[in-house]
Design a protein around this ligand. Structure first.
Ligand SMILES: NC(=O)c1ccc[n+]([C@@H]2O[C@H](COP(=O)([O-])OP(=O)(O)OC[C@H]3O[C@@H](n4cnc5c(N)ncnc54)[C@H](OP(=O)(O)O)[C@@H]3O)[C@@H](O)[C@H]2O)c1
Length: 299
């Protein structure tokens, strides 16, 4: 049981964690923090949190577990504001989409990485944000990656694993650097393609006509371009090395495709498409056996 959970950033991720833990009757009291009062009041009305404080330090006082789910660009400021207000037994964890930046921000704010910090990332989400978008099943049968460091307290790590399992998630562990490389490929690159494609089309003269004739494939492919721009700006800034490397690799692939088309090299195109189809079919078959296969997934 968590006695007092502080959720810093009661949005999609923080709100969903609060709802899931409450639904599982695994938390006694939930205190929220955010900048906008209406969002916090709404969160309380919805029963997502029991109370809130406009003062970050106060919000974490007496909490045995603190979950930080603000955009990555706000992490360091949050760590600095709570540094001297955390109870010594408090476990600090987060849901940020990039782990290297969170660890660096914590080290800068605390003077070293706190042993009771357990960096984490739920691989779940939707393109919507705010507490209204949160729901208790968001993490059910989804993966959560924890990226403990050598100095991470094993008991804190176990506690955070337990918390996510309570929400129905499958927890795995990997290194910070590996996490950021894998996510650059599987999540950050596809978001760049969706944002880039929609922006390019939106700036063409015939925009209205192009969108009028866009079919289901366009809608499916570009759904993630409706995601929160601030969050994605922060992800790009926080993971720029790994993401730049992925974009460069993908640029080579795209140039290869373009060259095949320019030369009218049907054989080349067919072999690329067959290879891609086989890889995706394998992935979809594997995903279809998963209990949460029908639910939308973001990251
Ligand atoms: N959405 C996804 O698919 C997804 C998936 C996995 C991980 N994540 C990560 O989870 C974190 C939260 O994302 P989310 O989707 O839950 O976003 P969200 O729905 O927009 O919620 C973010 C919350 O943080 C608060 N916030 C924003 N800026 C802040 C600041 N400068 N200082 C303090 N609080 C601030 C917001 O409230 P106020 O505006 O009232 O302050 C809001 O309640 C991000 O680090 C993101 O990378 C997101």
């Amino acid at each position: 049981m968590i006695e007092r959970l502080a959720v810093i950033g009661v949005g999609l991720i923080g709100g969903s964690l609060a709802r899931a833990l409450r639904g599982a009757a695994m938390v006694r009291e939930i205190i929220g923090y955010g900048r906008s009062l209406p969002n916090l009041e709404r969160a309380r009305e919805l029963g997502v949190i029991d109370g809130f404080s406009p003062d970050l330090g106060k919000a974490v006082e007496g909490a045995d577990l603190v979950f930080v789910s603000v955009p990555l660009g706000a992490m360091r400021g949050v760590f600095e504001a709570i540094r001297d207000r955390l109870s010594p037994r408090a476990i600090l964890t987060d849901g940020g989409s990039v782990k290297g930046s969170v660890v660096a921000d914590a080290a800068a704010a605390f003077g070293r990485v706190p042993s009771r910090l357990v960096p984490g990332h739920p691989i779940a989400g939707t393109e919507r944000s705010g507490v209204e978008a949160s729901f208790p099943e968001l993490f059910r049968h989804r993966r959560v990656i924890l990226t403990p460091l050598p100095e991470t307290d094993p008991q804190a790590l176990e506690r955070v694993e337990w918390m996510w399992r309570t929400c129905g998630a499958e927890v795995s562990r990997m290194s910070v650097a590996h996490h950021d490389e894998v996510l650059a490929a599987t999540s950050h690159l596809p978001h760049m393609l969706a944002f880039g494609l929609v922006d390019a089309l939106a700036r063409m003269d015939e925009t209205d006509e192009i969108f009028r004739y866009a079919a289901g494939g366009f809608r499916d492919f570009t759904r993630i371009a409706s995601s929160n721009p601030v969050m994605w700006r922060d992800i790009c800034m926080a993971n720029r090395e790994a993401l730049s490397a992925m974009l460069a690799r993908f640029g080579v692939e795209l140039a290869d495709l373009a060259e095949g088309i320019r030369r009218g090299d049907g054989e080349r195109l067919l072999s690329i498409f067959e290879r891609a189809k086989a890889a995706r079919d394998r992935y979809v078959e594997g995903a279809a056996t998963h209990p949460n296969a029908a639910a939308p997934q973001q990251e």
